[in-house]
Design a binder for this molecule. Structure first.
Ligand code: DGL
Length: 283
């Protein structure tokens, strides 16, 4: 990281980071519920999937993404990626941020989802699906246990889903077949709610609900994370994030902008106009 990156002032912008396009399922709810802020989205599509990589690699990639988003003026970064949240967030918050960017903030997505599940008295058993790295980290499990020790927790790694979604195969019968195979053990364990522990999985929300049945709650992560961001912004005026009459939404990808635009507009449900390619390793 260069000194120039460090010195750049915060410019009233919320950064949203994901390993690829999946974080757009979170940004979609920010733009619906909190549209008057400036946003910069960064998708590290060139290095996706993070979910198959080691903790050291995921930490380094996420730190580079954080450096980039702070270098373009973000005051606050939401790490929308569950894999990065589970493998890198705590270390970034505790070791890196206070030294490299005092006064700026990084938030993840695991805590808001955990708080919402544990606040619901009717949920006695919860399932979690996520990438290999997220499930192996036990990040959801340990946070859930902290807040509600009586909760029964069932986790399943579902590594084939991200490539299928990135490929635009969400609606294909083959994907539904794979989903059924992944979800069967969770169904048999009679959970009350299922956490979609990966930014990509909201694309399969309808199919997952169909397979799991009406009794099992499958919250939309973006909705919960957006509510939590709203409350955080109200509690932290010192961050200097204000609502604007003409907010700007800017997008960066580390891979082909053409592909990002094509798939991203589907993910986001709106047109992506201001889009550039960037390289994270040169920082
Ligand atoms: N965005 C990641 C997540 O939420 C999944 C994709 C990947 O493996 O990079 O976990």
């Amino acid at each position: 990281m260069s000194a120039a990156v460090n010195k750049k002032d915060a410019q009233n912008i919320i950064g949203v980071f994901d390993s690829g396009l999946g974080g757009l399922t979170v940004l979609k709810y920010f733009l619906r519920d909190l549209p008057d802020y400036n946003y910069i989205y960064l998708g590290d599509s060139a290095r996706l999937p993070y979910g198959e990589k080691s903790q050291a690699t995921i930490y380094n990639y996420t730190r580079e993404a954080v450096d980039f988003l702070f270098s373009v003026g973000c005051n606050l970064i939401i790490i929308a990626c569950n894999t990065a949240s589970s493998q890198a967030l705590r270390r970034l918050q505790q070791e890196y941020l206070p030294v490299a960017y005092p006064g700026r903030r990084i938030l993840g997505v695991i805590r808001p989802l955990v708080e919402s599940i544990t606040a619901d008295k009717n949920i006695k058993a919860v399932g979690i699906i996520g990438t290999k790295a997220t499930i192996l980290s036990d990040a959801y499990k340990s946070e859930l246990e902290k807040l509600k020790p009586s909760l029964r927790i069932e986790q399943v790694g579902t590594p084939l889903l991200v490539p299928l979604i990135e490929e635009g195969w969400a609606e294909k019968p083959e994907t539904k077949m794979i989903l059924k195979k992944y979800l069967r053990p969770l169904k048999e364990k009679q959970i009350n709610a299922l956490i979609l522990g990966c930014t990509h999985y909201p694309f399969l929300h309808t199919q997952i609900k169909q397979i799991m049945g009406r009794q099992i709650m499958v919250p939309q992560p973006g909705e919960i994370i957006s509510r939590s961001l709203n409350s955080y912004l109200k509690r932290h005026p010192e961050l200097g994030l204000t609502q604007l009459a003409h907010p700007a939404y800017k997008f960066y990808t580390t891979d082909s902008p053409e592909r990002f635009k094509l798939m991203g507009e589907k993910f986001l449900g709106r047109t992506i106009n201001d889009l550039s390619r960037t390289v994270l390793t040169e920082l």
